[in-house]
Design a protein around this ligand. Structure first.
Ligand code: AHR
Length: 526
């Protein structure tokens, strides 16, 4: 986040041009830092995300470390995932953490009423999650229970996790086999409290958020960013009600760490139909391709609108906006449990992700974190595992995350896109068929280019200004069809390859992008 009132430099203005598309990048104008946490993840007790996805138990034939799948850990380590949110989602507001500690065989069971009405045996609990966090080399985002939990329960959880002396909860943690406290930098104060998290009104929840946050203490040098359960889609009123908690205190100093919470969340899912029929993940028309991408691109406007409401109370942008659920939500795969939200993942999902990332980079001044829903086997997953063979598949979305690691903690660069044609009108909004963003770090720049045109390749002139470029490399993610996806039988139907169609141009570089493709160009700066 910035500490100034300056707008982010990373505005992707779009204009018109004759000739090929032009993407102008000011390489010497690094602006706000793109927080690596916008590449965050989310794992809920939902369907086969935790059980079967991350956790198979020590006795499984699938190679594991203390029950956690080695192949899933290795795949996610390659993405350098910055944080993992757990245990929900809607599940968070019916989860009682003390049921998930101590000897597994003695842990009480519960009903996971939101997701399939299945019995949860609590075999994956706090210690297992923190073990997973350590194996992944990531940071914990623990989501507490406001909807059906108490202030004391939440207060004791953070004490259990992070306190290092002989306090009651630290002693209980030791009795359960863990001496050292863990670090928990992020803690959620409930989830979707306007819905599954308690069906509250905004003013009711705002009062509870103040109260619960107060008791999520910083123990033993662990500094928590408390994230209030925020709005969804275009509900600006909820954001406003939460910001009112701060009164005029945030006007006073760009440096002050505000309380009682330090960030508020937002949820935004991409779908092409109503809840009853959200559309198939793999069988869609060209119109549905554009509809999905238009709805993904709409996130940029939503981030601007929510951030503008926040600006009224917080002109220095000291309160973070956390998009802790985003991604595509399609009909479940035929024959699978409707409560498990298992869906395939195509090139369309990859482009939805790349368009989101461009928006994240443009909003680096306010966006503290984002978490795709969800990491394994649920909604827009990075990884799908076969329930029978256990085989693991990396999705097209995984590959976009992999191609974008260079944007983590890099400075966003101003980008200007000029297209020879008018934007396409989709769903009453304008959708330019090229999306772009760029960042710089450590003497390099990374440019992201998404050709959203379902059927036409595109030549792009990269107009590179403000620095000498001494070398370049490119990667591209494309496939034979927009619905291409990976399976255990064909695991690389959609996989990145070297982008060879890059030529020197008098203004920088000229690049040929296949139809429906995502490309990154890495530049070495002189
Ligand atoms: O990600 C699936 C669900 O979507 C989450 O549990 C909930 O927060 C949201 O409605």
């Amino acid at each position: 986040m910035t500490t100034s009132r300056r707008r982010s430099l990373s505005t992707a203005r779009t204009g018109t041009t004759t000739g090929p598309a032009r993407v102008t990048v000011d390489l010497d104008q690094g602006g706000d830092i793109i927080n690596r946490h916008v590449y965050g993840h989310f794992a809920e007790h939902l369907g086969r995300c935790i059980y079967g996805g991350f956790f198979v138990g020590e006795d499984s034939e699938i190679p594991n470390t203390r029950g956690i799948r080695d192949d899933v850990v290795a795949a996610l380590r390659a993405l350098d995932i910055p944080n993992l949110r757990w245990p929900g989602g809607c599940f968070a507001d019916e989860y009682h953490w003390k049921d998930g500690i101590g000897p597994r065989e003695q842990r009480p069971r519960m009903v996971n009423s939101h997701w399939g009405d299945v019995v949860e045996d609590n075999s994956f609990g706090t210690h297992e999650f923190m073990d997973l966090v350590e194996l992944l080399g990531t940071e914990a985002y623990v989501n507490g229970n406001v909807g059906s939990g108490t202030v004391q329960e939440m207060s004791e959880w953070i004490e259990y996790l992070t306190r290092d002396d002989d306090s009651p909860m630290a002693a209980l943690r030791r009795a359960n086999g863990r001496d050292e406290p863990w670090k928990v930098p992020f803690f959620g104060i409930g989830n979707e409290t306007w819905g599954c998290g308690g069906n509250m009104r905004a003013d009711e929840y705002a009062a509870l958020a103040r109260q619960y946050s107060t008791f999520v203490r910083d123990h033993a040098g662990n500094t928590v960013t408390r994230i209030a359960a925020g709005s969804h889609d275009g509900d600006l009123g909820w954001t406003e009600e939460l910001m009112r908690v701060f009164g005029d205190s945030l006007e006073k100093s760009p440096e002050r760490r505000p309380g009682p919470f330090q960030a508020i969340s937002l949820h935004y899912y991409t779908m092409t139909g109503p809840w009853e029929d959200k559309g198939s993940a793999t069988e869609f028309t060209e119109d549905e391709w554009y509809l999905a991408l238009s709805r993904a691109a709409h996130l940029d406007e939503l981030l601007t609108r929510h951030s503008t409401v926040m600006d009224r109370y917080d002109p220095y942008r000291t309160v973070g906006l956390v998009l802790d659920e985003w991604g595509t939500w399609w009909n479940v795969e035929p024959g699978t449990n409707p409560g498990f939200l298992y869906q395939q993942n195509t090139l369309r999902d990859a482009l939805v992700a790349s368009v989101h990332f461009d928006a994240f980079h443009r909003h680096a001044d306010r966006l503290l974190m984002a978490n795709i829903a969800q990491t394994v086997n649920v909604l827009q997953a990075m990884i799908l595992t076969d329930p029978d063979s256990g085989a693991l598949v990396l999705t097209p979305t995984y590959h976009v995350f992999a191609m974008n690691t260079g944007h983590h903690d890099a400075a966003a660069l101003p980008v200007h896109v000029s297209l020879p044609e008018e934007p396409r009108t989709v769903d009453g909004r304008e959708l330019p068929l090229l999306s772009a963003s760029a960042s710089t770090k450590d003497g390099r720049a990374l440019v992201s280019l998404s050709n959203l045109d379902a059927s036409e390749p595109r030549t792009v002139v990269l107009d590179l200004r403000g620095a000498e470029v001494t070398a370049h490399t490119g990667r591209v993610l494309a496939a034979e069809s927009t619905a291409a996806h990976n399976t255990p039988e064909v695991p690389e139907a959609v996989a990145p390859r070297e982008l060879t169609a890059i030529r020197p141009h008098e203004h920088g570089l000229e690049i040929d992008l296949p139809a429906a493709s995502y490309a990154t160009v890495e530049l070495t700066l002189g």
